[in-house]
Design a protein around this ligand. Structure first.
Ligand code: 4AD
Ligand code: MG
Length: 459
């Protein structure tokens, strides 16, 4: 259907004044008077609605073309608007109803609660809020690719189905074509009879395969879906989320922290530059001060604190936490929040965690107790990046695998990377939905992904 995007007309109105145009879209509001009618039309290409002016004595209005949600095609003439809130409008010459929208359309009102909209994932995308959120999601994704492509990283596609557990947290979704049946005498026998002849699962991280690529190409990144059978029902955990995982050879922990910092600033700046209207809307309805917060991230240095010092700060805070604060224990959300929201009020890298609360692949520090790992925490959200230098020493890695009782045969290829031309290397994982929560002000991860998956939730 030949037509012009509303965004085109809105951004370059002078090119359209006095010209015939055809636009298509959904009716966002309809206003009627004796001789005239007005449609606010949205086609999704921009947050802005295009005003369609209908002279009822000259143009026939099909019955459904007066209802919110109906889809229409308008042929008419673009003209300067006398309304001070808009530059351009279209005087309709013909209104064609494409799809009627009956009165039970559940998204009638301009502002409906996010909780309610979550029950309508297939329709909520037509609201202004989600128009903004998902355009930002698209723009930030493009910026992520641009950042790495401009710096000669290779975009690596790592497998979705995997036989090994990267993070070792036991949150793998099993992949099988067989239902378990009593005739199998053991789990091993059952796994052997299955599609791959062994147990298989959905990837929790592309890192291990990313390291394979990095030890050939030097600099790579992955950007794809990741799955975790998170049992907890929180506002920050999804069972399916998108992760960006750069892996860089010849980089030590400080190098990768520098890259992560530059990268986060770059992609946030891209959103500031490319999505001003979207940010203004989100600031107005969801997070006062959102734009100033993001600008500060671009302008200011990130904080950095040792895990050991962070524990001291938390202990001295005088605050009563629900979970205990003790060296050796992982930081809980409430602890992370205290550090980001109260102590630093900006992004902070917590560095050198105890080895026992982190993954097997992280490089052991000379103290023998901590690993060269860092999490990047941001106010309001908590952890957005998990990062580390990888253990590049064959024997130390082997020991870490054995100490954790992991199945050695699953990691033989991975160990080979340390056997044949091992190099210091580091990488990180950014959760796309986590950074989107931070950038959009959405308080629930379910509002940053079109069809959220979480425990007991599959729409
Ligand atoms: O900290 P994580 O578990 O690190 C890894 O997976 C490493 N392999 C990354 C690497 O070094 N290549 O996860 C990385 C990030 C987290 O910081 C968080 O932003 C996001 O992934 N994440 C989740 N996002 C949404 N829902 C979940 N259940 C998430 N789990 C992790
Ligand atoms: Mg983590």
């Amino acid at each position: 259907m030949k037509h012009t995007d509303i965004k085109q007309i809105m951004t370059k109105p002078e090119e359209y004044f006095g010209k015939k145009v055809t636009v298509c879209g959904w009716i966002r509001s309809f206003r009627d008077s004796k001789n005239m009618a007005f449609i606010a039309l949205n086609d999704g290409t921009t947050l802005s609605h295009l005003q369609i002016v209908i002279d009822k004595s000259a143009v026939t209005l099909p019955e459904g073309a007066t209802r919110v949600g109906s889809s229409v095609k308008i042929d008419g003439q673009a003209v300067k608007s006398f309304n001070k809130n808009q530059v351009v409008e279209v005087n309709a010459e013909q209104v064609t109803l494409l799809g009627d929208c009956p009165l039970d359309y559940p998204i009638q009102k301009a502002k409906t609660s996010l909780d309610y909209l979550r029950t309508l994932p297939h329709l909520r995308v037509r609201t202004n809020t989600f128009n903004a959120v998902f355009r930002i999601r698209s723009k930030i994704s493009a910026a992520i690719h641009r950042y790495f492509q401009e710096r000669d990283y290779i975009y690596a596609h790592t497998p979705i189905i995997t036989g090994s557990d990267c993070e070792g947290a036991g949150k793998i979704f099993q992949v099988t074509t067989l239902g378990y049946a009593p005739e199998y005498k053991s789990v091993e026998e059952y796994n052997a009879a299955d599609f791959f002849g062994q147990s298989a699962g959905l990837t929790v991280s592309g890192q291990l395969e990313g390291e394979v690529m990095a030890t050939a190409f030097g600099k790579i990144y992955t950007f794809g879906p990741t799955f975790r059978a998170e049992n907890s029902n929180t506002t920050r955990h999804a069972a399916e989320f998108w992760q960006i995982e750069p892996e860089v050879a010849f980089a030590e922990l400080d190098d990768i922290i520098e890259i992560a910092t530059e990268f986060i600033k770059y992609i946030i700046k891209a959103v500031i530059d490319e999505c001003p209207d979207e940010l203004a809307l989100l600031e107005r309805f969801y997070e006062p001060g959102l734009r100033a917060k993001l600008q500060k991230v671009v302008d200011d240095e990130f904080a950095r604190v040792d895990y050991t010092e962070a524990i001291e700060i938390l202990k001295k805070s005088g605050k009563e936490f629900v979970y205990p604060v003790e060296w050796g224990l992982d930081l809980q959300t409430e602890h992370e929040r205290y550090l980001t929201d109260v102590v630093y009020n900006r992004p902070v890298f917590v560095v050198n965690y105890p080895k026992d609360i982190k993954s097997f692949y992280m490089k052991l520090n000379p103290d023998g107790k901590t690993v060269a790992a860092t999490d990047l925490l941001v106010p309001g959200v908590g952890e957005i990046i998990g990062c580390s230098e990888r253990e590049a020493d064959y024997d130390k890695l082997l020991k870490a695998i054995n100490d954790r009782g992991m199945k050695l045969s699953d990691y033989e290829n991975y160990l080979d990377l340390r056997k044949y031309g091992s190099v210091p290397h580091s990488g990180f994982g950014l959760g796309l939905e986590r950074i989107l929560m931070y950038v959009t002000g959405m308080g629930n991860i379910r509002d940053t992904i079109v069809f959220p998956r979480a425990k007991g939730e599959l729409r």
